[in-house]
Design a protein around this ligand. Structure first.
Ligand SMILES: *Cc1c(COP(=O)(O)O)cnc(C)c1O
Length: 392
């Protein structure tokens, strides 16, 4: 039986030893056994891949992290979910567990900046070839596949610039050529889109963002299907990634309201965009909102909702006046790590976009990324209205 998200996120209090409505935070490096026989039998179960309730060493996790894994497994409809200390280490886990010297990776232009560095700079040193494709052009991706292509890596929509891939086509192509597919799904989360259900092998989420949702935790998740499970398990095992039980607890707490927050982020963002699209000073909005656009159609085809992260392009000969727009916003904090309850604004320099092959800002174009939080959208709109007037 497929459960609704509300059922998945409900408390499992009766299963906790403490019977507390929330799972206990179990901190441990040392785990004790009654006899050597019990220890060995437990290890055998682990090697056999049995679902164990606790591990024999703290690095593998404790009851708190196991509880989070259970929740996410259902949410992502995954074979297993690995937990990492940050979202970026989840990206690294996914990529490094798949690539070996001589392999090639085909990757969408427009991925998160540190992901660009990991693939372009580090993988090169391991003799893994990285080829970039235009996320707006499926044929380009198709042409870049070779016999050596091991992994297609996608981030959807593109970081800061919101390009929409045709995800179904990518999955079909990869399957026909026996290539592994991984996607960074941080923008939508598994609430609005379940990559493994569509056929991706690996789904990555920065739990720092919407999963935890309050701007006070870092963590990452790598959801996998059966096909890649062993390889990811192996790399995870030898790399020593671990999420702390305290952070796992906070992510569980965040997940309790994931659906409610995501629906509200979406609703607020729609209202803010309805305002922004009529503002002369806003040249372009990067977000799947225009029903006639290709982006909207691709988004609609695969996603059940859209989150609160959006970019706007402003045309101005006066960069300082765009800075002033950002600086004078009262309800939008200036900062990077979105996905929390609060609204944010940040002027995004081309440097922060990284080395883009297929996206370019023209002269006098400025990109401001907004995260639309859970505040009253009327207040947010008024705030934007009063600051937009500073743009010259
Ligand atoms: C923030 C982010 C990450 C990295 O997550 P951290 O938890 O900050 O390390 C990865 N991918 C995307 C798309 C992100 O926005």
């Amino acid at each position: 039986m497929k459960k609704s998200i509300r059922t998945i996120l409900k408390s499992e209090a009766k299963d906790h030893i403490s019977r507390s409505v929330n799972p206990p935070v179990v901190r441990a490096s040392t785990v004790l056994f009654k006899t050597m026989k019990e220890l060995r039998n437990h290890q055998k179960d682990i090697v056999k891949g049995k679902n164990v309730e606790f591990w024999d060493y703290g690095r593998q996790g404790t009851q708190t992290t196991v509880q989070l894994q259970k929740l996410l497994k259902e949410l992502e409809e995954a074979h297993q979910v690995f937990l990492t200390p940050t979202g970026f280490s989840a990206v690294a886990l996914a990529i490094m567990s798949m690539c070996r010297p001589g392999d090639e990776v085909v990757i969408s232009d427009g991925v998160y900046r540190p992901t660009q560095k990991l693939t372009d700079d580090l993988l090169k040193e391991f003799n893994v070839k990285v080829t970039w494709y235009d996320p707006n052009n499926f044929e380009d991706l198709k042409n870049k596949i070779t016999k050596k292509t091991k992994l297609i890596y996608v981030e959807n929509p593109g970081s800061n610039t919101f390009e929409m891939n045709d995800l179904g086509k990518i999955v079909s192509l990869a399957k026909s050529k026996n290539i592994i597919t991984a996607i960074d799904n941080t923008w939508a989360t598994a609430y609005f889109f379940k990559p493994l259900k569509l056929g991706f092998d690996i789904s990555i989420t920065s739990a720092t963002k919407y999963y935890s949702g309050h701007g006070d935790v870092m963590g990452g998740t790598v959801a996998v299907n059966k096909k890649v499970y062993k390889k990811v398990w192996w790399y995870n095992h030898v790399s020593g990634y671990r999420l702390s039980p305290d952070d796992a607890y906070l992510i569980i707490r965040g997940l309790r309201t994931l659906d409610i927050r995501m629906d509200k982020h979406q609703e607020n963002t729609k209202k803010v965009i309805n305002f922004l699209k009529n503002q002369k000073k806003i040249f372009k909005i990067l977000y799947p909102y225009k029903t006639s656009s290709k982006e909207f159609k691709l988004w609609k085809k695969y996603y059940s909702g859209a989150s609160g992260l959006v970019s706007v392009i402003i045309k101005s000969k006066n960069k300082n006046s765009v800075y002033k727009f950002v600086n004078t916003l009262e309800l939008f904090g200036i900062g990077y790590s979105w996905g929390g309850f609060e609204s944010l604004a940040v002027y995004t320099d081309p440097v922060e976009l990284g080395k883009r092959r297929y996206f370019k800002l023209e002269k006098n174009e400025h990109l401001v990324r907004l995260h639309i939080g859970l505040e009253d959208p009327k207040d947010l709109i008024n705030d934007l209205k009063s600051s937009l007037r500073f743009i010259k």
